[in-house]
Design a protein around this ligand. Structure first.
Ligand code: G4P
Length: 529
């Protein structure tokens, strides 16, 4: 069978998702344990790039020294049962939120990890808002039950109230902290006993079938009846698991456990591969692309420069949406209208960088980018498609890049263009003058860019305040009008890294006045790639 013929079946096997959580809730630990269950690693504690989402700049930079290793874990593929699971990592720091946003456009579902002692935290709320935009189905893991935490009923109430999604417990904890004894699986009517003594490997605690099994009273004592009471209450008053509602993003199945102790995650993974959606249809500007279509399509949702400092390469991450990708295949780079032969795409199997032979819908492949690929680009087998919904956000902070050694101007420009292609920071070149203005959503980005310019491009540069307070992409169907606007407002106009015209406003008031003065010009806070 050819890869193309096999594509619809392979697509059905794929489950592509990301983890959303507040820093410290346990995303890294959960990732590691999922890889352990997937057989991708043998013992827990081997995932590199731990702490990649620590908060301080210095930690991030420390991590950058191990960049080649750490960043490859941005996509992890592993087989589980008869499925192929793709887990896309999202950067933890809030300054990278656009990157996270775009990664969430490339998944079909998400796993929300919550620290049971802390409940719903701020970053989870934000990420949930992003998921809601596309009604992304979400499973929930309540983590750290081996510690004293909040009452499980309260936790679910909080999720329902703050995140506006119904909770359906699939497992239910038996005690917590010192009294944590395991979980009861409401769908299987089974108790899974907790065994803290696993030494990093997968340990299967005792399974007891049936809530009225006398063995429960033997091992749990008083906690057996407590459990029976709670389950009775849940069955009377709680939400039952409903696959359709989950798939619509209206209900989240909830699992309890302790990631660090490998406990409770297997229940989750089993249900995940069973119920999480396979690759979903995707909208383009002209039509909907089904994952089962025979011809290849894909879009780029992330670009990473210099992943491996020894090779100084830039990788574009492409999600396959339909058909099959095969090594050596020619595909159409739709935006520039060129066919390109892809001989050495990268796959991310078990967090190793490997060369792709074949990739199917839901899979992510890495393309070597020599400056021609941008975030949001569509690839096809000839059809002029453009996948929708991968936005660029107007930055909130602006600085002017000032070079310490004027002889390094070329290197500075090259560095800024390449780093800004990644999308976390954006480069604006005013139509008048020679300034290089960098915009970012968070202040940390300027430190990161300065640091990377020094280390990856050998350029010393400072970021100085500049009189720009906000930016808007400008559009107008009337070309004459646009030309007039361009002419009159030249001193406040710039081109972004892709050449799109942007109004860089010295103040909010100025923006407002200009908008009023030019009613036929559209000022947009996002640019669809
Ligand atoms: P993050 O990626 O979401 O930021 O979280 P990460 O997995 O790094 O976990 C944050 C902290 O919570 C880590 O502790 C980790 O060991 C701990 N943790 C994760 N899962 C559990 C759990 O099930 N139970 C308990 N008790 N702790 C858990 P740390 O002290 O910050 O780091 P480390 O020294 O353990 O590496």
């Amino acid at each position: 069978m050819t890869a193309r013929d096999d594509a619809p079946t392979q697509a059905q096997r794929r489950r592509t998702f990301a983890i959303i959580s507040h820093p410290d809730a346990g995303k890294t630990t959960v990732t590691e344990k999922l890889l352990l269950f997937g057989g991708a690693i043998q013992l827990a504690g081997t995932v590199k790039g731990r702490k990649s989402n620590r908060h301080a700049t210095s930690d991030w930079m420390e991590l950058e020294k191990e960049r080649g290793i750490s960043v490859t874990s941005s996509v992890m593929q592993f087989p589980y049962r008869d499925r192929m699971v793709n887990l896309l990592d999202t950067p933890g720091h809030e300054d990278f939120s656009e990157d996270t946003y775009r990664t969430l456009t490339a998944v079909d579902s998400a796993l929300m990890v919550i620290d049971a002692a802390k409940g719903v935290e701020e970053r989870t709320i934000k990420l949930m808002e992003v998921c809601r935009l596309r009604s992304t189905p979400i499973m929930t893991f309540m983590n750290k039950l081996d510690r004293e935490g909040r009452d499980p009923m309260d936790l679910m109430d909080e999720v329902e109230r703050i995140l506006q999604i119904r909770c359906a417990p699939v497992t239910w904890p038996i005690g917590m902290g010192k009294r944590f004894r395991g979980v009861f699986n409401l769908l299987d009517d089974q108790v899974h006993l907790y065994d803290a003594n696993h030494q990093g490997a997968i340990a299967q605690g005792e399974i007891i079938q049936g809530l009225d099994n006398p063995r429960l009273d033997e091992v749990l004592g008083d906690q057996a009846d407590e459990l029976r009471g709670e389950i009775e209450l849940l069955q009377a008053a709680g939400n039952a698991f409903d696959v359709a509602a989950y798939r619509r993003g209206a209900l989240t199945p909830v699992f309890f456990g302790s990631a660090i102790n490998n406990f409770g995650l297997q229940e989750l993974l089993d249900r995940f591969v069973e119920h999480a959606p396979p690759p979903q249809p995707r909208e383009t500007a002209t039509r909907t692309v089904e994952a089962s279509e025979g011809t290849f399509t894909g879009f780029v949702f992330k670009i990473q420069a210099n992943m491996d400092p020894n090779h100084r390469d830039r990788i574009a991450f492409m999600r396959v949406c339909s058909g099959a990708f095969e090594k050596g295949m020619k595909i159409r780079h739709v935006r520039i209208g060129k066919d390109v032969k892809i001989a050495n795409a990268i796959t991310f199997l078990a967090s190793d960088r490997d060369h792709v032979e074949t990739a199917y819908p839901g899979d992510i492949i890495g393309l070597h980018n020599h400056g021609t690929i941008q975030i949001g680009d569509t690839f096809s087998q000839g059809e002029a498609l453009k996948f929708a919904g991968i936005p660029n956000f107007a930055p909130e902070l602006f600085r002017r890049a000032v070079l310490k050694d004027p002889m390094r101007m070329k290197a500075l420009q090259k560095g800024l263009v390449e780093l800004c292609e990644e999308g976390a920071s954006q480069l604006f070149r005013p139509l008048t003058g020679n300034d290089l203005i960098v915009g970012a959503v968070g202040a940390l980005q300027f430190d990161v860019v300065a640091f990377r310019l020094r280390h990856e491009y050998g350029v010393e540069c400072l970021f100085e305040p500049v009189a720009v307070s906000t930016a808007r992409w400008v559009y107008c169907t009337d070309e004459k009008m646009l030309a007039r606007f361009r002419d009159r407002q030249a001193e406040n106009l710039a081109e972004d890294v892709s050449g799109a015209l942007t109004y860089i406003a010295p103040s909010r008031v100025n923006l407002q006045l200009t908008e009023e003065r030019w009613p036929d010009i559209e000022f947009s806070a996002t640019r669809e790639h």
